[in-house]
Design a protein. Structure first.
Length: 44
């Protein structure tokens, strides 16, 4: 059986000190935000 590794990236590395970042995926924009409670939320 072949298993493929899932990439793991620290949120801090993606956000680089920001509270929000925009991800483009198939022509749509998704917003990844850090909430006041230090949780992550992804919205379209």
């Amino acid at each position: 059986m072949k298993t493929s590794a899932v990439q793991r990236v620290a949120s801090g590395r993606l956000l680089d000190g920001a509270r929000e970042l925009v991800i483009e995926h198939h022509g749509s924009e998704y917003h990844l935000r850090v909430t006041r409670n230090d949780k992550l939320i992804l919205t379209k």
